[in-house]
Design a binder for this molecule. Sequence first.
Ligand code: ZN
Length: 272
Amino acid sequence: MKLIYLVALTFVLSLHVTYNESGDDWTGTCQDGMLQSPFAIKDSKSEIIPTNTTRSVVLYPHFESNFTMGHLTSYSYALYSDWGYLTIAVPSQEPFNVYSSAFHFHSPSEYMLNGKYYDLEMHTVMKNPNAPGSIYVLGIFFDVNGKTNKFISQVMDSEKKFTDVNLGDIFSGIDKIEEFYEFEGSLTTPPCTEGVKWFLWSEIQDLDENQRLFFHKFWAGNASFADKNGNNRNLQEENDRLVIKYGERDDMSIKLEFSIFLLIVSISLCLS
Ligand SMILES: [Zn+2]
């Protein structure tokens, strides 16, 4: 497995990506693709599948710690190692695992959620060894709220020296992810390969201002990086793709429950 990381690392470090036009000048699939990422996600345009239904998908994180260093590439800050796996439990199917050998960051976020960009977005890129060529990405958003994020502190320490970085710390106290968006998209950097299965976790993670500045200084705060553009690609067309939002009741069922509640209250009042 170590050899795979070294080959992947050499490949990634050798790619030179520029953000002078925030990706609008990238060619090939980046220009012609119909399911490109990122794009603006809106709950109002998503199919909502509530938790604990026959169609619910659940993600189980099994990520771990590694003694490692971060790498600043031409387009991101990345950490390469054997980070563990995500178990994907789809109804009426055997659960399967997808394995991560790298994660990296974009600041500000690439996806826009209900009209909002977040301060930081992390991509954990994963593969299913039983489905060669498959790519899964778990996207995690961070936003400044004054609280220091323990995992991000480890990532920052890894810039200068080998550090214990525990990807599992993001999920501490959480054994499953039930609230997330799922859709088909692409890699957000050239060659913008499509057929990528995306999961975006709905739970926004803590970040303090110092931690935001750590990433900001590489890109949006760096005059020599693409005229202070961030390393986030411009939004792409959603086109006709299906976006599923798991883990929240849809408006209709909430309205129906409220109507029944009002009906019961009215009947009780009439009878009293
Ligand atoms: Zn990315």
